[in-house]
Each structure stands twice: as structure tokens, then as C-alpha cells.
Design a protein around this ligand. Structure first.
Ligand code: BGC
Length: 425
């Protein structure tokens, strides 16, 4: 493979709730542990990254990776509104220092799906007060830790509700094609949902229709709340920590069409990406997350073809999507792109290696053609909690035995590290 540019960031991503364990003040903790929960299992101690971060980061460095994207958990930093937990700031300071000691560039996400329970009680991601609350938390983190943070993603997959809406519609129609790129448990959804929302309503103390956690369908106003939260957080971060580069991440399919489906594909790009461009124009970089493609025909989204290779998530194995999405977003955004997530859930690690090779080939071609790509963060550093689908999906470069929490690096982890080392200047 041709060389990547000097300073290219090679790494992997995680999210606090999926790996740390015992995120007890978060909305997800409450949703997972509720009777009749739609979650296949609770996150529990997850993969104990909260206690094992030092050895996990050391292992990344040993492999040859030079970057780590992880998230800081709002529910830990601000467990009750306005009460900031100093010991949790110290925890993340240690994580950032472990990165520094290992010459790993940290890319910090300030919100990766989970929120403090109090935020949901106050209207969650549909409340017009949420942007200011989010910006206040971001300001606090940056005041304390900003000097250790070179890159920050305010919100992970700010557009994910669109994919969720689509997947719900499709399950209602009983077809099986890609929807939201995240673990959603859709079995007997309608009945389960009604009961579940009654339980949630009781637990959060708000009416069943007012439980607005992040991974949910959303109104137009709710979408604006999320992007406004990004804009306000960006301003707060810049004021406190001007040297930190700020961006947001979006979940993006490589949207394609067969003859007759062109208009549907155009609408999908508009809905999933283009409509948000005005909120992103002043960012320092764009966080691109891609896992597969979505193909549109004259009647809408086409199912994954029967003969296609699929992943544990039911996605088509299609690593070519990454380069195509880099090219598409670059036509709308004049800023460097950071690939903040890309990967597959599989128990056949040889397919992960093939996926990485093909995806990187696409990125390399983009760079050769003059597109500016800052780095590649594979999802995920290790097998972890795939939201409503529990621990059943294995996305990791590192395997974790949850009985012992013992880690075993997979050949794909060694492989990505080798590529990083070959390209190190
Ligand atoms: C999310 C991750 C998730 C991954 C795999 C992304 O949508 O950011 O949290 O685990 O996809 O589904």
C-alpha cells in the first residue's frame, strides 16, 4: 500500500458507556435495568475499561497505533444538574495522561449517545434548554482538561435519529435492509415498546411520550436542538481552549442508486447529511462514520441482496463505501475529514482484515486525489456493549473474555498496527 501522509493518525475508537462499565447515573443504565427492557442484557461492568484503561492504551501503543478516540461521560462528570464531580475529571485526566505517556493522540468525544438521567427528566434531546446545558458541561471539561485535548468531537452521530426512524419504518414493513448503524433490538418492537415506555415514563418521572434519550426517533425541533447543542458547545470550547480542534461526527452510508432511484438517493443524502451542512461550516474538521452502503431504487431503499456477504449486524460487507463517502462529503464541506468510525461486526477476523485493507485503499486513493484526511479510527478497539444488542456483536481489534476481562489482541489489531508502523515517518 502506498504511504499515507506524515502525521496521519492511526487508531481505534470506543465510547464510555460501551466499554467502561457501571455508568450508573446515565439514562442507558436506567433503561437497561428496567423490567421489560428492550435491551438484550445490561451493560454491567462492560469491559471494565474504567479500571483497565492504562493497559488498554499501552497495548494500542505496542501495536503501533498513535491515536485513540474515546468519550468522556457526561453522567459521570455532572451526575446531578450543576454538580460537577472532581474525581471524575481526575479520572479522565489520567486517561489523557496515559495517552500522552504512550505518544497516543487523544480524540475526545463529549457525548456518545448516553446522557445523565437528570437531562432526560428535564426534557432530554427535545428540550430547547439542552444546548445551553450541554455547552456548560463541555466548558467545564475543557476548562479542566482542554490543554490535554487536541481534537474534540462534540456529539457522536448527531444525525443518528434519522437512521433510527428509517429502521423502525422498515421493521414495521417487515423488510430487512440497513437502517441505523447501531445496535437496535427490533424483535416484537411495537408491543415491547408500549410496555417499555410506560416503565421508562415511571422511572424518569415524565409522560411516556416525553422520554427523549438520544437514540430515539426525533422531531424536526429535536434535530435542531442537537445541532444547536453542537454550535453552542463549539463556541464554549473555542473560548476556553482555542488550540483544540472542534468537530462533530455523523453516521453516513454510501448512498447509491440503481436506475430510477436517483431522486430517492438525492433525497436521502439531503436528509442524512446535506441539511446539516450550515451547522458544520465553521468546524475545524468533520468526523465521518461509515460502515456500509445504502442503495435506492424507484420505490425506496433496496434490501441487501440475498447473495451479498453480510456482517453480524446484517449490513452488507462493503468497505468501498468509506472512500466514496469521503468524496461525497468533501463536495459540501471545505475542511479536513477525520474518519472517526469504520469497521465490521464479525467473528471471522480474516474478514475484518480484508475490510480494513479495502477501506484503507479507498482512503489512500482519496488522499492521492488531493482530499485531506487526518486519520483513521477503527471501530472498535475492543469487543464491547453494542447498545440494545448487548455483547453479542464483535467489532473489536481486541477480544475480551467478559468472565475474566482478559484481553487477546486479534490478528486484525496486529495488522492495523503494522500498517500504522509502516507509515510512521
Ligand atoms: C456508534 C457506535 C456503535 C457502532 C456500531 C456507531 O453507530 O457510534 O456506538 O457501536 O456504530 O454499531
Amino acid at each position: 500500500m502506498a504511504r499515507f501522509p506524515e502525521g496521519f493518525l492511526w487508531g481505534a475508537s470506543t465510547a464510555a458507556h460501551q466499554v467502561e462499565g457501571n455508568n450508573t447515573n446515565s439514562d442507558f443504565w436506567l433503561m437497561e435495568n428496567l423490567e421489560g427492557s428492550v435491551f438484550k442484557e445490561p451493560s454491567g461492568s462492560a469491559v471494565d475499561h474504567y479500571n483497565r484503561f492504562k493497559s488498554d492504551i499501552t497495548e494500542m501503543a505496542r501495536l503501533g497505533l498513535n491515536s485513540y478516540r474515546f468519550s468522556i461521560e457526561w453522567a459521570r462528570i455532572e451526575p446531578e444538574e450543576g454538580q460537577f464531580e472532581a474525581s471524575e475529571i481526575e479520572h479522565y485526566r489520567e486517561v489523557l495522561l496515559a495517552c500522552k505517556e504512550n505518544k497516543i493522540t487523544p480524540i475526545v468525544t463529549l457525548h456518545h449517545f448516553s446522557s445523565p438521567q437528570w437531562l432526560i427528566r428535564l426534557g432530554g434531546w427535545e428540550s430547547a434548554d439542552t444546548p445551553a446545558r450541554f455547552a456548560r458541561y463541555c466548558a467545564h471539561v475543557m476548562r479542566e482538561l482542554g490543554e490535554l485535548i487536541p481534537y474534540v468531537c462534540t456529539i457522536n452521530e448527531a444525525n443518528i435519529s434519522i437512521g433510527i426512524k428509517k429502521i423502525m419504518k422498515r421493521y414495521a414493513l417487515k423488510s430487512g435492509s440497513p437502517g441505523a448503524q447501531v445496535g437496535m433490538n427490533m424483535e416484537n418492537m411495537a408491543e415491547k415498546m408500549q410496555k417499555y415506555f410506560m416503565g421508562l415514563s415511571k422511572a424518569f418521572g415524565v409522560p411516556p411520550t416525553e422520554v427523549h434519550s438520544f437514540l430515539a426517533p426525533r422531531s424536526e425541533e429535536g434535530l435542531a436542538v442537537i445541532f444547536q447543542a453542537h454550535v453552542e458547545a463549539r463556541a464554549a470550547i473555542r473560548q476556553i481552549s482555542p488550540q483544540t480542534k472542534v468537530g462533530v461526527t455523523l453516521s453516513l452510508y454510501d448512498i447509491q442508486s440503481v436506475p430510477g432511484g436517483e431522486e430517492n438517493a438525492r433525497d436521502a443524502w439531503q436528509e442524512e447529511f446535506v441539511q446539516f451542512v450550515p451547522y458544520l461550516n465553521e468546524d475545524d474538521f468533520f468526523g465521518l462514520q461509515n460502515y456500509t452502503r445504502a442503495v435506492y431504487g424507484p420505490d425506496g431503499l433496496l434490501p441487501v441482496p440475498d447473495d451479498a456477504e453480510t456482517t453480524q449486524m446484517g449490513n452488507e460487507f462493503y468497505p468501498e463505501a468509506l472512500g466514496a463517502v469521503v468524496r461525497y462529503v468533501s463536495t459540501h464541506l471545505k475542511m479536513p475529514i477525520m474518519i472517526t468510525e469504520n469497521g465490521i461486526a464479525t467473528d471471522d477476523d480474516t474478514r475484518r482484515i480484508a475490510f480494513i485493507n479495502q477501506a484503507l485503499k479507498g482512503v489512500q486513493d482519496c488522499i492521492t486525489d488531493g482530499f485531506q484526511v487526518l486519520g483513521y479510527m477503527h471501530w472498535s478497539l475492543m469487543d464491547n456493549f453494542e447498545w440494545q444488542l448487548g455483547f453479542s456483536k464483535t467489532f473489536g481489534l481486541i477480544e475480551v473474555d467478559r468472565n475474566t476481562q482478559e484481553r487477546t489482541t486479534k490478528p486484525s489489531g496486529i495488522h492495523l498496527g503494522e500498517i500504522a508502523k509502516e507509515n510512521a515517518i
